[in-house]
Design a protein around this ligand. Sequence first.
Ligand code: HEM
Ligand code: HEM
Length: 232
Amino acid sequence: MTRLKVWDIPVRLFHWSLVVLVGLSFYTMKTEGAPFVFPIEIHARAGYLLVGLLLFRWLWGLWGSPHARFTSFLYPPGRMLDYGRRLLRGKPPHYAGHNPLGGAMVLLMLISLTFQAASGLFLTDDIFFDAPLHGWASSGIVKSLASLHSLNADLLVVLIAAHLMALLLHRFKGERLVSAMITGRKAFDGRPEDEPAEGLKPRFRNDRIAILPLALVVLALSSLPVIWLWSA
Ligand code: HEM
Ligand code: HEM
């Protein structure tokens, strides 16, 4: 049994912050929002933080550590079908990072979340809150964005439910994906499909020096729109 470091700290912090902020966004709009007096303001602020968080993840998908990169977990349709077939037969191959179906699901979630956060920036609650970019679009466009914001929120619920079901399915197959998203490490019997043929050496160690300064630069870049939105 070999333990591999798969998720870097930025990916893990990204994920659990995302869960809290998306949870808060739904809570403030789908309930009375107690104890907040003006839930829409909390909703919007959670949204501004999500803009920064998602920008961070898009950039980290280009420059981050190996398993965080899009090139490492986006596969051609043939690979996804093959993985799906082997999953149905009950013998899915093991992956260190996202598997081919999981990778596609991650991309879908990121696109849907990004659209949700971006469209929110143009909305109004027609009472006292106008989002920072509200004045930038005509009232017709704002109306369409409001319907899409509502429709896409339902799509997000479906995607998140599918995400949680998939995690449960993998748990039944003996894969502890959730603890890997907490500790960053996964245990394997053999060589995962997406590890290099040279063996199970944690490529991570070589990357470590580059990761912290790079993460800080990407974080600083991603914070700029958040600061602007927060003070707008
Ligand atoms: C990923 C981030 C976001 C999520 C998950 C989210 C989710 C939601 C949900 C579930 C609703 C209720 C839709 C309905 O029931 O029809 C809603 C409405 C709304 N959201 Fe968001 N939202 C996000 C980002 C934002 C942002 C960044 C803003 C503005 C800065 C914003 C402003 C609004 C407004 C103004 C409404 C309508 C409120 C009303 O009609 O009174 N949202 N959002
Ligand atoms: C608001 C709800 C959630 C959203 C929007 C969400 C979104 C995501 C996203 C975007 C990723 C990809 C991570 C990356 O590569 O950056 C991911 C992965 C993951 N999420 Fe979530 N997630 C949610 C809830 C949860 C919960 C509640 C759990 C745990 C019980 C969880 C466990 C995981 C795990 C284990 C992975 C890695 C999957 C793998 O190994 O391929 N997620 N999630």
